[in-house]
Design a protein around this ligand. Structure first.
Ligand SMILES: [Zn+2]
Length: 230
């Protein structure tokens, strides 16, 4: 009943294409360096332990988590979880990922302000993003401009979160490269490969933010079209 041709759907298609290209690049970069063993002979979890110990971080435990590329650092629990594929791997890619997560633990240990802002934003952003689409579309169908605008503002909370995440991710990767170098875990040629792996991973965050921008643009164009038709 409410279906009509929506030319702004092109924004969604562009976002999907960007995401697919970046995902493809990340997957190929990862699989390339997953096959290259690090000269140190350390597993990713061992390298992670070295970085934490040498950084005087004693309150963080290193654990296992199932899945592929599910590696993450949980600041509230002081847990650094490495995925099954990463934990026991001696590959350059795995050690790079583990060092990146250790980079987040370092941020937490040094009380990085952005990290605590990000943590506090999680529940707010989850709530706002869940509410945004229904608010937008009900406002759209009923032709209530204020409601449409409120939906877009709620949706923008996701972008704010993503924009805060970007410098955190780049900084964690910077910590990874610095510590792998300083603690003599990798040489320069290996670090070059780690940089490529971590840059590919960071690009997925950039793509996610770009997709959100495109979605907001789409909503704004839809809103303008709707208010003209009134
Ligand atoms: Zn990260």
């Amino acid at each position: 009943m409410f279906y009509y041709y929506d030319p702004t759907y092109i924004f969604v298609i562009i976002a999907v294409i960007i995401t697919m290209i970046v995902q493809g690049y990340m997957t190929s970069t990862f699989s390339k360096y997953e096959r290259v063993e690090s000269k140190s002979g350390l597993t990713a979890s061992e390298a992670c332990r070295v970085i934490l110990d040498r950084s005087n971080i004693t309150n963080v435990s290193i654990g296992h988590v199932s899945g592929n590329l599910t590696d993450h650092y949980a600041p509230t629990k002081k847990e650094l979880n490495l995925s099954d594929t990463t934990y026991n791997s001696r590959s350059i890619a795995a050690i790079g990922v583990a060092a990146h997560e250790a980079g987040h633990a370092i941020q937490d240990n040094t009380n990085m302000i952005l990290l605590s802002i990000q943590m506090r934003l999680v529940p707010v952003v989850n709530f706002a993003s869940r509410l945004s689409i229904p608010v937008f579309f009900i406002g759209f169908i009923l032709g209530i401009l204020d409601m449409i605008q409120f939906g877009i503002i709620l949706f923008s909370a996701t972008l704010v979160y993503q924009l805060i995440t970007l410098p955190i991710e780049f900084n964690a990767s910077g910590n990874a490269i610095r510590t792998l170098r300083e603690y003599n875990i990798m040489d320069e040629s290996e670090l070059y490969a780690v940089k490529k792996v971590l840059t590919a991973a960071a690009l997925t965050y950039v793509a996610a933010a770009a997709s959100t921008v495109l979605q907001i643009l789409r909503f704004v164009i839809l809103m303008n079209g709707r208010s003209r038709r009134r």
